[in-house]
Design a binder for this molecule. Structure first.
Ligand SMILES: Cc1cc2nc3c(=O)[nH]c(=O)nc-3n(C[C@H](O)[C@H](O)[C@H](O)COP(=O)(O)OP(=O)(O)OC[C@H]3O[C@@H](n4cnc5c(N)ncnc54)[C@H](O)[C@@H]3O)c2cc1C
Length: 426
C-alpha cells in the first residue's frame, strides 16, 4: 500500500518503521525542518550534544521505547543517572524523590507522612486504574492522605501541570505516575535528537521518504476510496491510507468532512500548552537539584525549574550550566504571545530566590520554545471519550498524545501507539 504519515514525531517514526519493514511504501510529511516533534532538540554552536526544546527523560520502566532503541541497535547509548527531584517550599529546596527522603522531609508531621506513604504504597500495588478514573485525583488524594499531605506534596504538582483544571483530572492519570515510574531517569548519548536521528536513518534505510518543511493543509477523500493530501504549496498526492499524528484540533481542520459526532468528540479533548525558557549559565544555579517543583502559591512566574546539567554532565555543553524554566498553560495565556525578552524580564528576578548570588550576567545564551498542544487533560471517565485510532473515514488513522491513557503522554507511549496503529493499518 501507499501510506502517508503526517508528522515525523516519535509516533509517526515508530509507525513508519513497522509499516516500511513489512513492505509498504511510506511517505512522511513534517512541517518542521527536522524530525522529532516535541522531543526534538537544538544545539548551540559551542555544544557537542543536542538539548531538548522541552526537558525530557525516560524511566527504567519505559519498555516500549527502550525495546525500539534496542531493535535499531543503539541500546548502548542509553544511560540512567539518578538525579535529585525536589520541592521548593518557603525559601528552602527539599529533595523528595524516594521513600527515605519523604520520611526525612521536615515539613510534615508523622501522621500525614504515614498517610502519604500508605496511599503511595496502595497506588504502587493496585492494578485497578479503571475504578480510579471515576473519581478526581483531588478528591481521592484529599480523602486518602488527608489535606495536609496532599496540599503540601501533590496538589502543587497537579496545579503545575493542569492549572485551572487541576481539580478535574481523574485519579487514574495520577495512579499511572506513581504506579510505574522509576527513580533513575534515562537519557541518550548526544541527546534525544541523536536517538531520533538514529530512528530516522533506520526508516530511511527501509525506503521511507521524508519531506520536511511541508505543512499538510487538508485530507480529501476520493470517489474511489483513496485519500488525497494537500500541502501548503497546494501540491496534492494520493494514498491508500493516511496516518495523522497531529492534535485533535488540527485533525478536525484537516478533515472537516469527518462525521459531526466524531468532530464533536475531538472537540471535547482538552489539553494544556507548554512554555519553556532555557538559559545557558556560566555557573550552576542550584549545584545539585535536577528538577524543582515550585508550588504556584510561592508566587514564581513559572512552575518547574530544571537544571539539566545536574542530570547530564555540563562537559557536553561547553561547560554551560543549563536551566529550563517551564510552565503548562492554556494556549490563550499571554506567555504564548510575549517575546523572549519580555519573558526573561518576568522570569529572571525570581532566580535570586533560588540562588541569592544569581546575576543576569551569568547568562551566556537563552532560548524560548512553546507548544500549544503539549499535555492532554484526562477528565473523569476519560477512557469512554478517547476516539479510536481508526477514524470513521475509511483509510484514515489518527494516533496522538490524546489517545495515550491512563499513562501520562511521553515518548514511550508515542512508540507504543505508533506501533499499535501500524498493526491496524497492515
Ligand atoms: C514540556 C514537555 C516535557 C516533556 N517531557 C517528556 C519526558 O520527560 N519524557 C518523555 O518521554 N516525553 C516527554 N514529553 C512528551 C513527548 O515529547 C511526547 O509525548 C511525544 O514527543 C509525542 O510524540 P508525537 O509524535 O505523538 O507528537 P509530536 O511530537 O507532537 O509530533 C507531531 C509532529 O507532527 C508535525 N505536524 C503537526 N502538524 C503538521 C502538519 N499540518 N503537517 C505536517 N506535519 C505536522 C509536528 O511538527 C510534529 O513534528 C514532554 C513533552 C513536553 C511538551
Amino acid at each position: 500500500m501507499k501510506i502517508a504519515i503526517i508528522g515525523a514525531g516519535i509516533t509517526g517514526l515508530s509507525a513508519a518503521y513497522d509499516l516500511a519493514k513489512v513492505g509498504h511504501h511510506v511517505t512522511m510529511f513534517e512541517s518542521a525542518s527536522k524530525p522529532g516533534g516535541l522531543a526534538a532538540g537544538f544545539k548551540s554552536a559551542r555544544w557537542e550534544w543536542h538539548l531538548e526544546h522541552f526537558y525530557h527523560h525516560w524511566f527504567e520502566t519505559d519498555d516500549d521505547i527502550l525495546g525500539l532503541i534496542k531493535e535499531i541497535g543503539v541500546r548502548d547509548k542509553v544511560f540512567f543517572p539518578q538525579p535529585t527531584t525536589s520541592m521548593y517550599i518557603n525559601g528552602q529546596i527539599y529533595p523528595l524523590d524516594s521513600p527515605l527522603r519523604a520520611i526525612l522531609f521536615p515539613k510534615l508531621s508523622l501522621i500525614p507522612k504515614l498517610r502519604f506513604g500508605l496511599a503511595g504504597l496502595y497506588l504502587r500495588l493496585t492494578e485497578d486504574w479503571r475504578a480510579l478514573e471515576k473519581v478526581t485525583a483531588h478528591e481521592w488524594l484529599t480523602r486518602m492522605m488527608g489535606q495536609t499531605a496532599y496540599q503540601t506534596l501533590w496538589e502543587p504538582l497537579l496545579v503545575g501541570k493542569f492549572g485551572d483544571y487541576y481539580k478535574e483530572v481523574n485519579m487514574a492519570w495520577f495512579w499511572a505516575r506513581i504506579h510505574k515510574r522509576s527513580q533513575r531517569l534515562g537519557y541518550f548519548e548526544g541527546g534525544f535528537q541523536a536517538f531520533i536521528d538514529a530512528l530516522t536513518e533506520t526508516v530511511r534505510a527501509y525506503q521511507v521518504r521524508l519531506h520536511f518543511n511541508t505543512n499538510i493543509t487538508a485530507i480529501e477523500p476520493q470517489a474511489n476510496g483513496q485519500l488525497q493530501i494537500r500541502t501548503h504549496a497546494d501540491d496534492t498526492q494520493i494514498f491508500d491510507q493516511i496516518l495523522a499524528t497531529v492534535s485533535p484540533d488540527l485533525l478536525s481542520q484537516l478533515v472537516p468532512t469527518l462525521p459531526t459526532n466524531y468532530l464533536a468528540s475531538l472537540k471535547r479533548l482538552e489539553s494544556m500548552g507548554a512554555v519553556v525558557l532555557t538559559l545557558a549559565l556560566q555557573q550552576s544555579l542550584t549545584s545539585r537539584h535536577y528538577w524543582i517543583n515550585i508550588p504556584k502559591k510561592e508566587g514564581f512566574p513559572f512552575l518547574a525549574l530544571v537544571e539539566h546539567t545536574n542530570y547530564v554532565n555540563s562537559r557536553y555543553y561547553d561547560n554551560d550550566h543549563i536551566v529550563y524554566c517551564g510552565d503548562y498553560l492554556k494556549p490563550n495565556h499571554e506567555y504564548f504571545s510575549l517575546s523572549k525578552d519580555e519573558l526573561l524580564a518576568r522570569f529572571l528576578p525570581s532566580l535570586s530566590r533560588i540562588n541569592p548570588n544569581f546575576s543576569p550576567t551569568w547568562i551566556k545564551e537563552s532560548w524560548l520554545y512553546r507548544a500549544k498542544y503539549a499535555q492532554p487533560i484526562p477528565l473523569i471517565n476519560h477512557s469512554a471519550n478517547i476516539p479510536p485510532l481508526q477514524t470513521p473515514l475509511p483509510g484514515l488513522y489518527w494516533a496522538s498524545m490524546s489517545q495515550v491513557y491512563p499513562w501520562d503522554r511521553g515518548t514511550n507511549y508515542a512508540v507504543e501507539i505508533g506501533r499499535r496503529v501500524a498493526r491496524l493499518m497492515k
